[in-house]
Ligand binder design. Structure first.
Ligand SMILES: [Zn+2]
Length: 393
């Protein structure tokens, strides 16, 4: 194990979570793990795996064999790694636009291999196939960097006729923070109903992993309710009974969330506090406030689930799905085609919620990302004029 030094905090910050108003005198205590420990424990296995992924030092190759890197590709090492030089693989001469310049855990990488218009493009990320799409400008890959995956330097490949484009992408680390949340008895009961939670998670995950071929939206994504901001995505949350708020809760220095909110498929009985990493943003809003579709798409689910309450999922095409939890009411039905800005429901506090708010989540190829990172996609992605694309996996 590795122990990183931390500044020693002296106080525990308490606040009423604005995103989770005090419906039943529930107070969220925000605490970094370092409040309870002098150091952060880093799993030696993951530290080792990070090293091994970066250990394969890129081989310097002649300029003619290097890819041309667009100006917004600062995070990419402009050399071709050894694996593109294997026998039978042509030199990498592709032009790849990459965004953002400094990707980090929780975000999204957008990569466009310009001029690569193979009818069935094939791409890999971390040595595994990843969906990519043909556009009039080239081959587009969107790579989710969910908060529960490690930072490091990873390989992206895009096959082209007679060759392969290879890029190294460095994903920076990010601390999403930790929170303690106190629940009333009835809410705590929901949070510990592992069977239903697992059943629902399998359903929601399955729907959020839909990969339909056509991009159904155009233009910059809107806010589903006013006031979109990224604080709260990826936070590790530990849930306790409300009565526990009268005493100090000590988080173990090695505390690890057991899964992802709405995505925890383990129904094995467990001891200790329920805990999930937060898979979206909690946007404060009054009960009944309208929730609008941030972009066009098709409603693929309207359901009631134990943690997420009244839930709407919209498929926007090419692996992008948005989710709206804890709604008071849904004003759309499964199968509805919605336009950007069209009302899909009203804010509520159904499911595991301590007050009215909208939980807004974006899934890319089935993995949750910070919705703000998704909204802040590059301008060059928004000006595409083509509407027909071919999907491959
Ligand atoms: Zn939430």
């Amino acid at each position: 194990m590795v122990c990183r030094s931390h500044p020693m905090p002296t106080t525990i910050a308490k606040r009423a979570d604005r995103a989770l108003p005090i419906a039943a005198r529930v107070v969220a205590v925000v605490a970094t793990l370092s409040v309870f420990a002098a150091c952060e424990v880093v799993d030696s296995k993951s530290a080792a795996s990070k090293k091994s992924d970066t250990a394969a030092a890129p081989t310097v190759v002649p300029e003619s064999a290097r890819g041309t890197v667009a100006t917004d590709s600062a995070a990419v090492t402009p050399v071709t790694p050894a694996d593109s030089l294997r026998r039978g693989v042509a030199d990498d001469t592709g032009m790849v636009k990459l965004y953002p310049p400094e990707p980090r855990r929780g975000g999204v990488v957008f990569a466009l291999a310009e001029g690569v218009t193979a009818p069935t493009p094939r791409c890999t990320w971390k040595s595994a196939p990843t969906p990519c799409y043909r556009t009039s400008q080239g081959t587009l890959v969107t790579i989710p960097l969910p908060a529960d995956e490690d930072a490091g330097t990873f390989t992206l490949t895009i096959d082209r006729p007679g060759g392969r484009i290879v890029r190294q992408v460095t994903v920076a680390d990010h601390d999403f923070g930790r929170e303690l949340i106190f629940l009333t008895d009835s809410l705590y009961k929901k949070a510990t109903n592992t069977r239903e939670i697992a059943r629902d998670a399998r359903a929601v995950r399955g729907i959020a992993s839909v990969e339909s071929q056509d991009q159904r939206w155009t233009g910059r994504w809107r806010e589903p309710v006013p006031g979109l901001r990224s604080a709260g995505y990826g936070v590790e949350r530990y849930y306790y009974r409300a009565s526990d708020s009268t005493r100090t809760i000590a988080l173990d220095a090695q505390a690890k969330t057991r899964g992802t909110f709405a995505g925890d498929t383990s129904d094995v009985p467990f001891t200790g506090a329920p805990s999930w990493r937060h898979s979206g943003l909690d946007l404060p809003a009054r009960r009944g406030a309208p929730v609008v579709a941030p972009a066009a798409g098709i409603v693929v689910d309207v359901g009631d689930y134990i943690l997420t309450g009244r839930t709407v999922l919209i498929d926007h095409g090419q692996g992008a799905v948005s989710a709206y939890f804890h709604l008071d009411t849904a004003t759309v039905s499964k199968g509805d085609v919605v336009r950007a800005g069209e009302r899909i429901g009203r804010v509520g506090s159904t499911g595991l919620a301590t007050g009215p708010h909208l939980h807004y989540a974006i899934y890319v190829h089935g993995k949750d990302v910070d919705p703000v990172a998704w909204r802040d996609m590059p301008q060059w992605l928004l000006v595409r004029e083509d509407s027909t694309r071919t999907a491959t996996r």
